[in-house]
Design a protein around this ligand. Structure first.
Ligand SMILES: [Mg+2]
Length: 266
């Protein structure tokens, strides 16, 4: 098993790695590690702008299905309530309380109910339409592409670890034209584990022929991305663009508000 003790001879990536190494050594005694070679990215809300892509999709569906007449709300209200309701469903999925099928089946009936309309009014093709349209939206989080390009130039090997579904995540990478940056895409569906479970990380390390000590996880979700990385003793970066207060006892190695900040960490 690889030692957790830093090996200075392995610091072969120049200043960037030295900065990361020093920073990690200073901030977390637990994570005294080898230089980072592999970057593990979360996808939704970290690289792929879920909020924007979902809002554009919902606005399209709102018009297509004449939802103003059915629901008697504005498209802004529709999107706002969707965001909350959908996030709650994903929390249930992340904690293994519902499966993929249930999440997709519940999504719009739950939303309609929350907006005071009968579940029976959900158009038959709404969920399929939502999935097919949303995953083809191309918008990324600010600076995502330039950060990926720079990190690729710096010779990091990059991968995705996502709790999303395999078909959807693969298509998002393709339509956003970022699939060329990644070696491996692991989803909760492709390996039967979900972040923060250790299994999804260990499965990914095996696939990438690496281990936690050579990697770093970057993600927006404390309870999945960061808690999971900490569970396998992997350094990590909490991407927190809305400057949310951390009210948990989960302590990320790094915290950033903008993806560009990664370039001084890595
Ligand atoms: Mg995320």
């Amino acid at each position: 098993m690889t030692s957790l003790v830093a090996d200075s001879k392995l610091l072969d990536k120049g200043t960037q790695s030295t900065n990361l190494h020093n920073s990690i050594t200073n901030t977390s005694k637990m994570l005294i590690l080898k230089p980072c070679k592999h970057i593990f990215w979360d996808l939704d809300h970290t690289l792929w702008d879920f909020e924007k892509n979902a809002a554009l999709t919902l606005q399209e569906l709102f018009v297509k299905y004449n939802l103003q007449t059915i629901l008697k709300v504005s498209s802004e209200e529709f999107c706002k309530v969707f965001a909350r309701s959908n996030q709650e469903l994903w929390q249930l999925y992340n904690s293994s309380k519902i499966n993929k099928h249930e999440l997709r089946k519940m999504r719009f009936p739950r939303l309609f109910k929350r907006l005071g309309a009968s579940e029976s009014l959900v158009p038959a093709n709404m969920e399929d339409d939502y999935q097919n349209t949303c995953r083809q939206q191309p918008h990324l989080m600010p600076h995502a592409r330039e950060v990926l390009e720079t990190l690729q130039d710096r010779k990091y090997t990059m991968h995705i670890i996502s709790n999303g579904f395999q078909d959807a995540q693969a298509e998002k990478l393709r339509y956003a034209n970022i699939e060329q940056f990644f070696d491996v895409l692991v989803t909760s569906e492709s390996c039967s584990y979900r972040k923060p479970q250790r299994g999804i990380f260990l499965h990914t390390f095996q696939k990438c022929r690496t281990h936690a000590q050579e990697g770093i996880m970057i993600g927006d979700n404390l309870s999945t991305d960061i808690a999971g990385a900490l569970a396998v003793q992997m350094r990590n970066v909490w991407y927190n663009p809305h400057a949310e207060k951390n009210t948990t006892d989960i302590k990320p190695t790094h915290q950033i508000g903008c993806l560009l900040e990664l370039l001084s960490i890595l």
